[in-house]
Design a protein around this ligand. Structure first.
Ligand code: HEC
Ligand code: HEC
Length: 343
């Protein structure tokens, strides 16, 4: 319990207190939420101010896919976070309002409710805060709070949805934040071929993928040190030798700690075969290129993680690791009818 409140202090930015929520049984954190989290997934931390409910999730889904949230009605959250791509984008970087670049590759939102610090540098402390960032960003929705509230109030189809979710029809930016964040907490994926194999279905993984699994979790590949646990990430920040001697990049921008130079958050690898291109800047086109990067040990950098060293993988090892990563694809997630565009 002590640990939970400490985490909350760290993540909550002062605005949100947290409550510990056991996703398998209704309790304080999600009165009125009837969905469930995958077996073997831990409880999700949910801000006490924004308990999960079915009505908020329903409203949030309409908002997530509504292009009218952007100034020129060109872009929704779903434009860059596409369900069929595990809620990632296909471009090296993503483009929002009037085609302006975000200068980053839009990451997957697979299991994003479990990510304590959002964005590649970890600068955003909650899903709620992330929504404001997008709405106001000149290169994403380019709206103001009052414009967004006035515009959404004009659409009669939202009235019953806001009433069910919040008790009245009033549209506020805070309600929009709460509803979209609630929808995002239901983006849960835990039914890949690897999960089925893990649960005892021996036929779920090819022999190549099984060899890749052994490399991933063994001393040779050593991937598990960073891509660990049910979501294949420690959520920590590491410098993996992407660039030599470049400075003022990565986690250091948030912490100002020189040890964080060139460090980025370890992402989940669930559904990674659907989310090319790779890394925060989309620099690698294929999983094979990513693994060749690890096999090289990366470029020299004073803060490069000691785990980054030449791995000596054979061509067979590289293709086996790719097969293993492909086994983390969960089409029951990407095709889940309750996560598609409802318009
Ligand atoms: C123009 C494309 C674009 C649009 C529109 C967009 N996003 Fe994103 N999103 C991105 C990019 C790029 C990042 C990575 C930002 C970074 O790491 O600095 C991101 C990151 C995120 C993250 C953090 C994920 C993580 O693992 O750190 C969340 C959550 C998210 N977006 C949700 C949303 C929501 C909700 C909306 C709608 C309100 C939205 N996005 C609209 C491109 C977009
Ligand atoms: C020292 C920690 C560390 C180790 C070890 C590590 N990774 Fe990573 N991995 C990261 C970080 C950090 C990123 C994100 C970098 C970025 O966004 O620029 C990442 C990104 C990735 C990505 C791209 C994901 C995406 O959505 O863009 C893949 C694929 C990947 N790693 C696979 C592996 C494999 C396979 C291994 C073992 C051969 C491995 N990683 C070992 C830290 C690590």
């Amino acid at each position: 319990m002590k640990k939970v409140s400490l985490l909350c202090l760290l993540f909550a930015f002062g605005t949100f207190a947290c409550s510990k929520v056991d996703g398998t049984m209704p309790d304080d954190g999600h009165q009125g939420f009837t969905g469930s989290i995958p077996a073997n997934f831990p409880p999700m931390l949910i801000p006490a101010e924004n308990p999960l409910t079915d009505a908020k999730v329903r409203l949030g889904r309409f908002l997530f896919f509504d292009k009218r949230l952007s100034r020129d009605s060109s872009t929704s959250c779903g434009s860059c976070h596409k369900p069929e791509r595990a809620f990632a984008d296909t471009g090296k970087v993503s483009f929002g309002f009037q085609g302006l670049s975000t200068e980053k590759n839009a990451p997957t939102l697979t299991n994003v409710g479990y990510v304590p610090l959002l964005f590649a540098e970890g600068g955003i402390p909650s899903l709620e805060q992330q929504v404001i960032a997008t709405v106001l960003a000149h290169n994403e929705f380019n709206m103001t709070q009052s414009e967004l509230e006035a515009r959404l109030s004009l659409f009669p189809e939202y009235r019953p949805l806001f009433r069910d979710a919040f008790g009245s029809e009033q549209v506020t930016l805070q309600r929009v934040m709460f509803a979209i964040a609630s929808f995002e907490r239901t983006l849960l994926s835990g039914n890949s071929a690897f999960d089925r194999w893990n649960r005892g279905d021996n036929s779920a993984l090819s022999l190549a993928a099984q060899r890749g699994e052994a490399l991933f979790f063994g001393e040779t590949g050593d991937c598990w040190h960073c891509h660990n646990g049910f979501n294949f990430t420690t959520n920590a920040f590491h410098n993996i030798g992407l660039d030599s001697n470049t400075f003022k990049k990565g986690r250091v921008l948030v912490t100002a700690n020189p040890n964080d130079e060139g460090s980025f958050r370890v992402p989940t690898l669930r559904n990674v075969a659907l989310t090319a291109p790779y890394m925060h800047d989309g620099r690698f086109q294929t999983l094979e290129e990513v693994i060749r990067h690890y096999n090289s040990g990366g470029k020299p950098h004073p803060q490069r993680d000691p785990l980054m060293r030449p791995l000596g993988l054979s061509e067979q090892d590289i293709s086996d690791l790719v097969e293993f990563l492909k086994s983390l694809t969960d089409t029951s997630f990407t095709q889940n009818p309750s996560l598609q565009n409802p318009w």
